[in-house]
Design a protein around this ligand. Structure first.
Ligand code: SF4
Length: 103
């Protein structure tokens, strides 16, 4: 969900980030999502940009650290996808989106 363009349309580069295989946009300041290096998984994992390295999915983190129910976390992902697919902006979606952005 984080690399396929569902959540983001742009990721900024940091100095020194490799750019191979990425669709560089905005005068070289970052790359477009969906990510050209996403093929079910990150195809450039070892050299992925800094923002990708720093990104932590709050749901995954809560599951790993606190044992939050995986089913409950996945239900949030499904609901966010549903609202995004229908282009429904709402307080509910804004609240759900906060689960995915801890970079
Ligand atoms: S470089 Fe890898 S981790 Fe970063 S957005 Fe692309 S697929 Fe995802």
């Amino acid at each position: 969900m984080c690399c396929d363009g569902t959540l983001f349309d742009f990721v900024a580069f940091a100095e020194g980030d490799a750019r191979a295989r990425l669709r560089v946009i905005r005068e070289g300041r970052g790359f477009a999502q969906p990510c050209a290096a996403h093929d079910g998984a990150c195809a450039i994992y070892e050299t992925r940009p800094s923002a990708c390295r720093a990104f932590v999915c709050e749901l995954l983190d809560r599951h790993a650290r606190e044992g939050a129910s995986l089913d409950a976390c996945l239900a949030i992902v499904r609901r966010a996808r549903e609202l995004l697919a229908n282009r429904v902006r709402s307080d509910e979606l804004d609240a759900l989106m906060r689960h995915f952005d801890r970079a």
